[in-house]
Design a protein around this ligand. Sequence first.
Ligand code: FRU
Length: 411
Amino acid sequence: MWNETKATMTPFNDDPYRPRYHFTPRQGWMNDPKPFFWNGEYHVFFQHNPNGAFWGTMHWGHARSRDLVHWEELPIALAPTPGGPDGDGCFTGCVVRGDDKRFHILYTGIPRLHPLTQVQCHAVSDDLITWEKTPEPVIDAPPPGFGECFRDPQAWKEDDGNWYQVIGSEQIERKGGVALLYRSDGDDLRRWEYLHPLFGGNSSETGHDFECPDFFPLGDNRQVLLSSRNKTWWHAGTYDSELHRFTRDAWGACDNGSFYAAKTLLDGHGQRLLFGWIQETRPSEAQIAAGWSGALSLPRVVTLGGDGLPRFTPAPELAALRGTHHAFENLSLTRDTMTLGTFPDMLEIEARLEQATGNAGLLLDFGEQRERLDLAQPPTSQEELTLRVFVDRSVVEVFVNERICHTHRIY
Ligand code: FRU
C-alpha cells in the first residue's frame, strides 16, 4: 500500500479523484508533457490552459521533480503573445540545451486557430524559468506536398555536429503520418533547412498524422520513433545517420488506454523515461467543475528487449512510495473469484500468474459508486503473466509483462 504521507500533497484535497502522486496542474487543463532532464532535476513542460479545465489558449506549464515522485508546479514558461506568431496558442515542442549552454524551446506557434495556421517558433532561457521568445517564426511554412498537420518539433544533436529536428505531419489524402526531417545551420537552433521525410506510416496502422514525434536511440544499434494519433505508437528499427533515413521493422502501441502524446527524456543515470498525458474520461462539465484536468503518467523506463523491441517498466524510484506490504503466495486460482482483501485507493500491486488454462487476472472493485476494472488476460502463451498495477485514486496504470500498458480512469 502506498504511504499517504510520502505521496505528493495536492492543494485541493476535496476532490477524491485527484491523484496524489501523479502530477496534476493546480488549476486548469493539461495535455502533452515535454520532459527534459538537467542537473539532477526532472522538468516536465506541458500544454496548459490556466483559465479553466478545458482545452484552449495553450500555454506551456512547467513542473519539476528531484526524485520522480514529488512534483512542484513552477511559473508558466510560455504564454501566447497577442498578435504574434503564437497569438492563438503555444503548441507542443521540445526543450534542448544548445551548444551555447543556454536552454532552447522549439515549439509550434498558432497565429490563428481558425483556419488552423502552424509555424515553428523558438524561445531561449538561462534558467528554464524565464523564457525570451524569438519574435519571428524560425520556420514559417511547411514544405509543399503534405497535409494539414505541421507541428510538435523534437530536436537532437548528431555526431556530425549538426542539430536535427522532426516535425509531425501527414501525407496527402490521409495516407498516414509522416515525420519531416530538418537540419540546423551549424549550431544555430533558429536556422533550419528541410531535408526529407524521415519516415512515413500507414493510416490503417498508426493514424493519418504524426502528432508529437520523438526520436531516440535504444540499446547499441536500435532506434525508436514515437508518434501519436489515437494512441502513442512506437516504431522500432534502424537509423542510417549518413543518409538520415529511418527504417522501421516493428511497431506497436505504448499504451492502450487513457494515455496520449507521450515523449521521453534521457536522465543522468542513462535512463530513457517516457511520460504521457493521462486523459480524463469523465464528462467535460465534471472536469470544469473540478477545476483541473489531466495528469502526468508515471515515468516509464524504456529499455530494449532481447527481441529488439521496447519494454516499459515503472521507474524504480517509485519504490520510495511504498508503505505496508501485503503478500499472498501460492494461491491456486479456480474458476471462482478469490477475494484478497480491501485496500485503500492508493496502492501498487505486483501479481505473478502462472497460467494453466483459461483466463487469469485481477478484478479491482472500486465499490458501489465506482466501476470495476477487470484485468483479465487471455492465455496467449505459456509464459508467466506479470501484472504491475499502480492505483492512485482515479488513475490506474497497468503494465503487463513489460510489453503492454493500459491506463484506466475510475471515477
Ligand atoms: C496533441 C496535440 C499536439 C498539439 C497540442 C495542442 O495532443 O494535438 O499535436 O501541439 O496537442 O494542445
